[in-house]
Design a binder for this molecule. Structure first.
Ligand code: FPP
Length: 249
């Protein structure tokens, strides 16, 4: 039976933040005898569908893993295609995100991005910073270990300068140095394409997240598949290390 956006929206315990590892664009294309590029094109279309589906279901934060730091080692023509696609998508979609009250945030090592893409994305972040319907976080040249190391380096630097006392470094201070500063931790992490890996994604932030592994390849993971994952989440009991009785007395 079709799941309507409203049904999810009405759930008090729907996830506030969903983080997705979109995987399977290449295999989607291969299955059809198409070049990998076509899989990425289709993948971008589906990002749009899932962003809309998230906003309509009342999800407040959506993070998508668009490109990992490790993805730079793919064949250079594939990397080039993905970067062009990113530029074109950003140019085309940022104004629409803004019109729809969506805030854009980029996480990852922006220094790695081509200058043009970086400029478009940073302008998009500035333009949409006060939007409140949904925050769309795009992980680009992202690696969780790299993010953690950058945070550690910045705190070590402050300690060296005497600005921070190492003994005072707690979770709150540490989190304020992560790319995700100010964004609540993901409640639900979804990975598509039948793989059961975390692939260097939000390692610190997903300490207490629930996981959902979907068998569909990313371009086939449409609104209904997504809503099934969200409904599945609403039926789970999150305990954060406590006993069942402590959570629901
Ligand atoms: C996942 O499939 C694809 C990637 C990690 C890179 C490309 C991502 C996109 C084109 C979506 C980007 C979104 C924006 C906003 C531009 P895969 O290539 O790893 O698939 P495979 O495992 O089947 O080879």
């Amino acid at each position: 039976m079709e799941i309507k956006a409203e049904e999810i929206k009405q759930c008090a315990n729907k996830p506030r933040h969903v983080a997705i590892i979109l995987d399977g664009n290449g295999r989607w294309a291969k299955k059809r005898g198409l070049p990998r590029t076509m899989g990425h094109n289709e993948g971008v279309k589906n990002v749009k569908e899932i962003v809309t589906a998230s906003a309509e279901a009342g999800i407040r934060y959506l993070t998508i893993y668009a490109f990992s730091k490790q993805n730079w080692s793919r064949p250079s023509d594939e990397v080039g295609t993905i970067m062009s696609l990113l530029n074109a998508t950003a140019r085309k979609e940022i104004n629409e995100l803004h019109r729809n009250n969506v805030c854009l945030r980029i996480i990852g090592d922006k220094n790695d991005l081509p200058a043009e893409a970086r400029k478009i994305l940073e302008n998009g972040e500035a333009l949409t910073r006060d939007n409140t319907l949904l925050t769309l976080i795009v992980a680009l040249s992202y690696s969780s270990r790299d993010e953690i190391l950058r945070a550690v380096r910045s705190l070590a630097e402050d300690s060296r300068k005497g600005i921070t006392d190492p003994g005072q470094i707690d979770e709150t201070l540490f989190e304020s140095r992560l790319d995700t500063a100010g964004i609540p931790d993901p409640d639900l992490v979804i990975r598509t394409s039948g793989e059961f890996r975390i692939s260097n994604y939000l390692l610190w932030q997903s300490a207490y997240a629930e996981f959902f592994f979907a068998k569909e390849l990313w371009p086939d993971f449409h609104r209904q598949e997504y809503y099934r994952a969200l409904l599945d989440y609403t039926k789970r009991e999150r305990r954060f290390g406590k006993t069942s009785e402590q959570v629901t007395p």
